[in-house]
Design a binder for this molecule. Sequence first.
Ligand SMILES: Nc1nc2c(ncn2[C@@H]2O[C@H](COP(=O)(O)OP(=O)(O)O)[C@@H](O)[C@H]2O)c(=O)[nH]1
Ligand SMILES: [Mg+2]
Length: 364
Amino acid sequence: MSSSSLVVEPAATSLEGYVGFDTITQQIEKKLLKRGFHFNVMVVGQSGLGKSTLVNTIFASHLIESKARLAADEPTRQTTEIETVSHLVEENGVHLRLNIVDTPGYGDQVNNENCWEPIIKYIKDQHSAYLRKELTATRERYIQDSRIHCCLFFISPTGHALKSIDIVVLKKLSEVVNVVPVIAKSDSLTIEERQAFKQRIKAELVFHNIKLYPYESDEDDEQEQALNESIRDLLPFAIVGSERNVVIDGKPVRGRRNRYGIINVENEEHCEFIYLRNFLTRTHLQDLIETTAQIHYEAFRAKQLLAIKESTHPGSSQGNFAVSSQSNLNDGHSHSIASSNNAKSPTNSSHAMSVSSPTIDSPA
Ligand SMILES: Nc1nc2c(ncn2[C@@H]2O[C@H](COP(=O)(O)OP(=O)(O)O)[C@@H](O)[C@H]2O)c(=O)[nH]1
Ligand SMILES: [Mg+2]
C-alpha cells in the first residue's frame, strides 16, 4: 500500500511463450458455478393484478400460488403481509436460487396511508442484516445475499394515469431498490390505449422526478448505453402473464383467450413480456445484482456507518451502536448492528474509506 511503484504506468510487454493466465476467466467461472447464484425479486401491486402469474410466466415454472380472491364477497387482506418463497432452479449447469418476495395486500384498502411501510422496512432490513454480517469479526467468506435485487411494480391497467398512491410508493421504493414498473394485464387495453397510457405514465415519472433502473452510468460503454436507453424507452413494460397454454398454429404457447382473440404472451406484437424477460434474465440479471450492492446497499451502508461514527465520537454520550435502519419510518423499530474489534475495512467501497475501521471498533 505504501509503495508508489504500482502506480506507475506499466510497460506493455509481449510474452515469449504461453503462460496460461488467460484461463483465469474459466477459473472464475468454475468457482462461481460451484457457488451458484442468488436472485431476489419482490413483487408489489394490488391483489389480482397478476403478480404471481407473471413471476411464474417469467421463470417458466410454478413458483408462487395465485391467491386471488375467488369471490367478490371474500374480505380483502387487512395488512400488507410479506411472504417469501425460495426455489432452486437450474439451467445448463447454472444453479440459481430464486427468492420471490410477495407483498399481497398492498394498496387494497380504502385507506392506503403508509401501506408501503412494511415493504420499505423489509428492504432495509435485508440491507441491515447484510451489514451486520459484514461487520462481524468472523465474517463468512461468502455472505448469503437476501437484499432485493429487483422490485417489479405492477400498475393497474386503468388507461388513465398513475394513482397518487403509486406515485408515492414508486418514489419511496426507487430510493432503496431497483424498481421495474410494468403495466399489468395489458391485454385489457387496446394497443393504442396502452401506448397513450404508457406515455402518460412516463410524463408523470419525469414530473415527479422518479429515477428508475437502469440508471445512467459513465462506466457503461456505447453499446450498454444504447441498450439501457432502449430499455428506458420501453418502461413501463406492458405485459400479459399466463400459466396456461393456448394452441396457435397447432403449437401450444403461453397465452390467454380474451374478447379480442388469442394473446400469445411471447409475441412482441401482442405485448412486451418478452422484452421484460430478456431484460431480467438475459441482459441485466448480473447488473441488477451489482447495482443493488454498489448503489442501494452502499448508500444504506455509508449512512449507517456514519451514524455509528457519530454515536461513538468522543463527546457523544452513548457508546453503543444501536442504529435505526428506519430513519424515515415511524414505527420506532431499530436494529442493533453488531460490530467487532477487528472488523476489516471493506474492500469494495469508496464511501467506506471515509468511515474506515477505527470508527467501527467495538466499545469495551
Ligand atoms: N387478463 C389477464 N388476466 C391475468 C393476467 N395475469 C393474471 N391474470 C389473472 O388474474 C387473476 C389474478 O392473478 P394473480 O397472479 O393471482 O394476481 P396477484 O394477486 O397479483 O398475484 C388470475 O385469475 C389470473 O389468471 C393477465 O396478464 N391478463
Ligand atoms: Mg399473488
